[in-house]
Design a protein around this ligand. Structure first.
Ligand SMILES: [Fe+2]
Length: 234
């Protein structure tokens, strides 16, 4: 419990409230990027870079992000937003929300260094990332239903999971492209600096606006301390 810190409640909501889950299956994806680029996240990339969200007329709901412990864990909580009037899908059930409470519709818990769990719409997903080499990270996706789901709900979760995430997922395929472009960009001489939401570069905060990129900083500060790296002179 001390390890999970303030992520416990978010994780509980993510795991359908009581954690009584039923395994649906596994997928894996190899991303052409370094594992450290894979683990960075920011709230604002979704409407800017995910063309699928634009095509589906799908905007995010209100939310926040916060640091769960000093070990670099980070949580995202946001209300669910359901796409309005998408015309590009013949079968709109792929992005239908059948859950009970839109207020807990979207949750992400990212545990240092490479574990991520997500709940979006009716998808319940855990991800374990393994660095293959400096250019490649392999991510294993695990999908769940709830034990009380009827047959239709299990099938719905299965279809939605594999259409949003994994090798054929509309979210993951676009992330793959973005990860790779960031990886190429990271070979450019110089430094990549998180700026959005940073008020004082020398002060770590624990609460962030939903779309800030400063939520990545506590994780990298913990990484620096674990690795024994000295902080570069300002
Ligand atoms: Fe993304």
């Amino acid at each position: 419990m001390a390890y999970l810190g303030d992520s416990q409640n978010t994780l509980r909501e993510l795991l359908a409230g009581d954690g009584r889950l039923k395994l649906l299956g596994y997928q894996k994806v190899r991303y052409d990027t370094n594992w450290k680029s894979y683990t960075d996240n920011d709230g604002y990339h979704a409407p800017l870079l995910h063309q699928a969200f634009k095509m589906l007329n799908w905007q995010g709901g209100n939310g926040r992000q916060f640091t769960a412990t000093k070990r670099g864990h980070i949580c995202f909580e946001s209300a669910l937003s359901v796409a309005h009037g998408p015309t590009v899908l013949k079968d709109k059930s792929l992005i239908e929300f059948k859950g009970q409470d839109p207020a807990v519709g979207s949750r992400i818990v990212s545990l240092f260094p490479t574990f991520v769990s997500t709940k979006h719409l009716d998808v319940i997903n855990l991800r374990f990332a393994t660095p293959i080499d400096a250019e490649t990270v392999e991510v294993h996706y695990v999908y769940f239903a709830h034990q009380d789901d009827d047959e239709d709900m299990v099938r719905h979760r299965l279809r939605q999971s594999s259409n949003l995430l994994g090798p054929c997922g509309l979210i993951s395929m676009e992330d793959a492209s973005i990860f790779h472009r960031i990886h190429i960009g990271n070979h450019t001489p110089g430094s990549a600096i998180f700026q959005k939401g940073v008020h004082d570069p020398l002060k770590l905060e624990s609460e962030f606006l939903q779309n800030d990129e400063s939520g990545n900083l506590p994780r990298w500060e913990y990484y620096r301390s674990v690795m024994g790296f000295e902080r570069a002179a300002a």
